[in-house]
Ligand binder design. Sequence first.
Ligand code: NAD
Length: 326
Amino acid sequence: MCGKVVVTGGAGFIGSHLVDRLVEEGVEEIVVIDNFSSGSLKNLERHRGKKYLRIINEDLKNWGSSWINEFDGAEIVFHYAANPEVRVAATNPRIHFEENLKATFNVLEAARLMDVKYHVFASSSTVYGDAKTIPTPEDYQPLEPISVYGSVKLGAEYLYITYSLLYGFRSLILRYANIVGPRSNHGVIIDFIRKLRRNPRELEILGDGSQKKSYLYISDTVDATLHLFKVFKKTSEPYQIYNVGNEDWVSVIEIADIVVKEMGLKNVKYIFKPMTPDGRGWPGDVKLMLLDITKLKKTGWKPRYSSREAVAETARAIIKQGIMEA
Ligand code: NAD
């Protein structure tokens, strides 16, 4: 693919799968910058000691720290470091400002000073808020995020746009649906597995269970990401925005059914816990999310796994992994 690539958040779920794929693509030098707040060295274990990978344990919020020099000579920065837990903002919105906006600004500044041209930014479907058009296309207006996570992702998108128009960056902004797969460390599937391990007779479901969202499997996600980067590189646009998701969606109740089945359980009683009067799982939870991926498909790519298959594959992988005690 190319010489030197920086992956922020490369020890996390999506970032580490991206690193795996970059190695397969023959990238000669990969620098992971991660503060291990949610990431893990285990995710990069297979590359340990390899010459092509350097892991820098630093916090991107710290401006003036030595991680900035790591951008020197890089051709691409994949910016995947963030706090991706949307519901954190219900109690502490500052976390999202610090981790997802301030850190992004620092990444952009480091890239500007070190003259890095290409950028891939992990944005999110949450920028659309409660969209009235479903499936939601990239040019949907007005963008009214209902979580602080969504609003800082949108703010970060605009930083990328402005740096592209002002400083000659070339930025690919990807609005991901819910991404699932092995190594994921948060979200509804893990939440259900944890709860059912504690009590296989009952499952507490946040919200009224009717929330319906689109899920993309991690191998499809990384595939689409690198495919779109190659497509983008051939154009001369300063920036492009793509939805990256699936064509179908599944409800939270269907996810519960899939997890229960994959765990080999029967007669589990569902207990619904709506956290808002309209049945959301938490304040800021978007109840219906399905991205219009026409633009992505026009580039010649489509997902291999449906949402339902992605959820089932993930449940199987996590159950097999025997992961995380609650
Ligand atoms: P993750 O938590 O597994 O990975 C994030 C990584 O960033 C972790 O390794 C963490 O240690 C690191 N990190 C966090 N703050 C940091 C900081 N200040 N300095 C250095 N490193 C830091 O999350 P993920 O699910 O892999 O998400 C990756 C990216 O994709 C995030 O930007 C997230 O917002 C975005 N995204 C994820 C999803 C999803 O469903 N997983 C959906 C849409 C967008």
